[in-house]
Design a protein around this ligand. Structure first.
Ligand code: KIV
Length: 311
């Protein structure tokens, strides 16, 4: 029986019941397919694909046409998983019309279920226009790689009162505009957790600690495939699952026949086991833990607790 996709209602219910959502990026058929087989809740075709898959130095050069190729391939690999297309830089900032047109390309040409775009109040008219056009939109706040230069580089966000309150105000504006959920990137556990508590919609995190409503990980970090850079909060799962793969493979008597019949004898099986381990750790709250979360100094935390938004 085909797996049932998450939707607005199930994601809200998971937030209410404290069931963490497992989310991973994928940019092609094999990895999207491994993620679906492993039982992932959602897949993001991130513009990070421009770096990890296409080899650009940043996400900025990625085009809409490239994102359509990547997301169409991921869709074919994971037909039964909620798929989110990441709107690349330049595809939504220019005008409401352009934002709606490009968001609809993700839905119509790639079969995505939703789109994600970076920013809060500064793009709120575009977000509203996409929502009004019937598109499911995810927000993305905290560290937003498309505009890293305006933040002074890849820095952790939400540590100062100003940065925390500005993120809360962006998040409230996005909620009001009708986004389905918000992703927080690179933020210590406590401020990210406060935002998750404050908002009614689900708040997910990548490098935002364990007090949010679910986790996102970059596929190539989980697999140890991206050689240029590994964020502090990313966990490579391969070292700890290789024993499990060995046990699986040595229990098979006729490996050639087994491989021909079900193809669970190579990298695909390793990927599926590694993603399943990630899902297990998200669901039982062992990932990210403190090891893969950003710390915050007592002094900085004390300042944040004075905010009008601190519950
Ligand atoms: O492109 C992407 O994968 C993303 C994550 C870094 C959050 O937007």
């Amino acid at each position: 029986m085909a797996k049932t996709k998450v939707n607005l209602q199930t994601l809200s219910k998971m937030k209410r019941e404290g069931i963490p959502v497992s989310w991973i990026t994928a940019y092609d058929l094999p990895f999207a397919s491994a993620a679906e087989n492993a039982g992932i809740d959602m897949i993001l075709v991130g513009d990070s694909g421009g770096m990890v898959q296409l080899g650009y130095k940043t996400t900025n050069p990625v085009t809409m046409d490239e994102m359509i190729v990547l997301s169409s391939s991921a869709r074919r690999g994971a037909p039964n998983t909620f798929l989110i297309g990441d709107m690349p830089q330049g595809s939504y900032e220019i005008s409401k019309e352009k934002a709606v047109e490009n968001a609809l390309r993700f839905i119509k040409e790639s079969g995505c279920d939703a789109v994600k775009c970076e920013g809060g109040r500064r793009i709120i008219d575009k977000v509203k226009a996409m929502v009004d056009a019937g598109v499911l939109v995810f927000g993305h706040l905290g560290l937003t790689p498309q505009s890293t230069s305006s933040f002074g580089g890849y820095n952790v966000q939400g540590k100062t009162l100003k940065s925390f309150e500005s993120t809360v105000e962006d998040a409230l504006a996005l909620q009001e505009a009708g986004v389905m959920a918000i992703l927080l990137e690179a933020m210590p556990t406590a401020p990210a957790g406060q935002i998750a508590k404050l908002l009614d919609i689900p708040i997910y995190g990548i490098g935002a600690g364990s007090e949010v409503d679910g986790q996102l990980i970059i596929m190539h970090d989980l697999m140890g495939f991206y050689q240029s850079f590994r964020p502090w909060f990313a966990k490579c799962y391969i070292p700890e699952i290789i024993g499990e793969f060995h046990k699986h493979i040595t229990s098979i008597s006729d490996i050639r026949q087994y491989g021909r019949e079900n193809r669970k004898d190579g990298l695909f099986a390793i990927a599926e086991i590694a993603i399943a381990k990630y899902i297990e750790e998200v669901k039982n709250n062992t990932f990210p833990g403190t090891q893969y979360s950003y710390p915050i100094k007592d002094m900085q935390l004390e300042e944040l607790t004075k905010s009008k938004y601190w519950k």
